[in-house]
Design a protein around this ligand. Structure first.
Ligand code: ADP
Ligand code: ZN
Length: 638
């Protein structure tokens, strides 16, 4: 009996399994386990079902939504003499029937099924009669209503599994946060206790990650073009390819035109184009007659040019999953590649409008809980933009891939800034002043003991002294006013960075309050030096033109102003409540108003960070509350 490695070489022409493939395959074959594999696209997941299917007796089933990929895989399996086929609605009736007949006769060792086929009860019972030894679900995150790629047909899989009763089940996905992983296991009835989770390979050390904050679309476009030129060189003899992702169809066209003007072989791609035209662009990109594509997120599934040297986003995508998937198309050949994300505060409004459109779009109304979830995923992405700690570690942590975090990768923009300091300090040390500021903020978190949220903590560290702050007991904290030399918005930005660097975490529930992680505690005690960049000084300066005036004003001046603002917010709330005929607390709680008055948010995104301001309240009252804040913070010139 040949060993698995021998079988691998003989059937697939590969020298050996990756260690995580072996872990997954052994768990499936030897222990009849349920296995969930989470690994990036192109990582080698398909071997985890192709290999077991070829060594097991009987017909194994793979459920996959990517028909083009199925076709491709079936062809290369057939080339190796492995009996495989696929069933999808793209096939004509006769062909489908022919394949189903051979399937019923037990002819195949592997059959790929598109999820919409499961709507046919006759197919499900045909499969059930075959008693498949093994069922794999590819792109398993499509089952998650929280994911970015939900497909309702995936909800049929749970039932189908029950009917098929395989002894082995494998779910594969490239993108799954802990919450999505949990949902996959639940919907596929894979018990947490007896399911092997193999989580591997999110680190992409050849990918240089960079973020730039910029609000002008024209500048973003210019910088994107510059990044393409840096990565590919001369447009007449480019070294590789690039993709630029934009949020709107129009933006793809404008940007593509600008690139063509610079001599690049470039075309736009979006869902509004004629399918034939889209096909043409994909084919041209694949056969290298096109070097740059400017696309919406409609472009990507199944792109496998290994020599993509650069992926630029000129507008923020919808989530970290989406970003990681898109930027991950760069550098598949393992050679250096660049991922640049250009974003700015205007992206908040843009994304909100997109979400609102999808609420009222053709697909009917979207569940508000779902909408809130999508908004939260976007906020996670914006935390990535704002993060002052290693970009790679941020993403790895986000996916729960703690084992692979690099403790500072050395090749993202943040690490480069940290490492580039050549003033004699150890490379990963903050300046003494910055380190003390971080310790002060951490001490503030420690003293808070669950009394209030982030915004109130920032206000307290800044030294805000209002009736409400007193009621919350925040003015009595020993850390009250400890950072009075910093603007409150700057403190807030610092606290967010401490969160993204995993020094501070938030409790779960409706009223999340910050607490120190073990690492945060050690940092506060000076046992660890924090590897983060503190926010730039400009953050929170009311008006760049007259920063001195604000600084020189005695801090007591803030007090009546905060009080005023609170009263004005209350008045606005009263009016809104009367207009809608609801009690005032339905609009929002006093506590929320206090935090708004102290945090003084200037955008909906900042408002969202205040306790009790969920998307529904933001939608209903966000603009009203912001207008009140703006009127006080930036009084109209006389
Ligand atoms: P995924 O399904 O995770 O997107 P694929 O299964 O398509 O990725 O694999 C991507 C590439 O990696 C393929 O070209 C495949 O041949 C290669 N590959 C997979 N496993 C191995 C291995 N053990 N050794 C070498 N190459 C591998
Ligand atoms: Zn880094």
């Amino acid at each position: 009996m040949p060993t698995r490695d021998e079988q691998l070489t003989e059937r697939f022409g590969l020298p050996s399994f990756y260690p995580w493939q072996r872990e997954a395959i052994d768990a499936l074959l030897d222990d009849h386990r349920r296995v969930l594999v989470v690994a990036p696209t192109g990582g080698g997941k398909s071997l985890c079902y192709q290999f077991p299917a070829t060594v097991l007796r009987g017909t194994s089933v793979v459920i996959s939504p990517l028909i083009a990929l199925m076709d491709d895989q079936v062809r290369s399996l057939n080339d190796r003499g492995i009996e495989a086929t696929y069933l999808a609605s793209t096939l004509d009736f006769d062909e489908l029937r022919r394949r189903e007949e051979r399937l019923a006769a037990g002819h195949y060792c592997l059959v790929y099924i598109a999820p919409e086929r499961l709507r046919k009860a006759s197919l499900v019972s045909l499969l059930a009669r075959l008693r498949p030894p093994f069922v794999a679900i590819d792109e398993a995150h499509c089952i998650s209503q929280w994911g970015h790629d939900f497909r309702p047909d995936y909800l049929r899989i749970g039932e189908a599994l029950e009917a098929l009763g395989p002894t082995r089940v494998l779910a594969c996905t490239a993108t799954a946060t802990p919450a999505v992983r949990h949902e996959i296991l639940e919907r596929l009835a894979m018990p947490v206790a007896t399911t092997t989770v193999v989580l591997r390979g999110f680190a992409r050390p050849n990918l240089h990650l960079e973020v730039e904050e910029n609000d002008s679309m024209a500048t973003r476009r210019g910088h994107a073009i510059r990044a393409v030129a840096q990565a590919l060189g001369d447009p007449n003899s480019p070294g590789g390819a690039a993709i630029i992702y934009a949020g709107t169809r129009r933006n793809t066209e404008t940007t593509a035109a600008a690139l063509r003007e610079k001599g690049w072989r470039c075309r736009p791609y979006h869902a509004g184009l004629d399918p034939a035209l889209r096909e043409e662009v994909s084919a041209a990109f694949a056969d290298r007659s096109l070097d740059v594509v400017v696309a919406t997120n409609a472009f990507g599934m199944g792109i496998d040019r290994p020599d993509i040297r650069c992926v630029v986003h000129i507008q923020a995508p919808g989530s970290i999953e989406q970003y990681y998937q898109e930027v991950g198309r760069a550098g598949r050949d393992g050679q250096p590649a660049h991922g640049l994300l250009i974003s700015g505060s205007s992206d908040f409004g843009f994304r909100r409008r997109l979400l609102e459109l999808s609420h009222t779009g053709e697909q009917g109304s979207v569940d508000p809980v779902h909408a809130k979830h999508q908004w939260n995923m976007f906020l996670d992405l914006m935390r990535y933009v704002e993060a002052g700690s290693c970009r790679h570690d941020f993403i790895l942590r986000y996916f729960g891939d703690e084992r692979e975090t690099l403790g500072g990768c050395g090749h993202c923009d943040v690490c480069e800034e940290l490492d580039g300091r050549d003033d004699g300090r150890r490379s990963d040390d903050l300046s003494e002043e910055d380190a003390i500021v971080v310790q002060k903020a951490l001490a503030g978190v420690a003293r808070l003991r669950g009394r209030a949220g982030l915004a109130a903590l920032a206000a307290s560290l800044h030294g805000a002294d209002t009736e409400r702050m007193r009621q919350l007991g925040l003015t009595r904290l020993s850390t009250h006013g400890l950072m009075s030399d910093r603007p409150q918005r700057w403190i807030m930005a610092l606290l967010r960075r401490l969160m993204t660097a995993a020094l501070v975490d938030l409790t779960a529930g409706d009223y999340p309050v910050p607490f120190l992680t073990a690492e945060g505690r050690a940092t506060m005690m000076g046992e660890l030096s924090p590897r983060i960049i503190v926010p730039p000084e400009r953050v929170g300066r009311a008006r760049p033109k007259r920063p001195a005036r604000r600084k020189q004003a005695p801090s007591g001046l803030d007090k009546p102003r905060d009080g005023d603002l609170f009263e004005q917010l209350r008045a606005a709330r009263r009016q809104a409540a009367e207009e809608r005929g609801v009690p005032a607390y339905v609009v929002c709680h006093d506590r929320t108003l206090v935090e708004i008055a102290t945090a003084r948010p200037t955008s909906l995104a900042e408002l969202e960070l205040v306790h009790g301001m969920g998307p529904a309240r933001i939608d209903a009252y966000g603009d009203l509350l912001l207008a009140v804040v703006r009127a006080v913070v930036e009084p109209a010139p006389p």
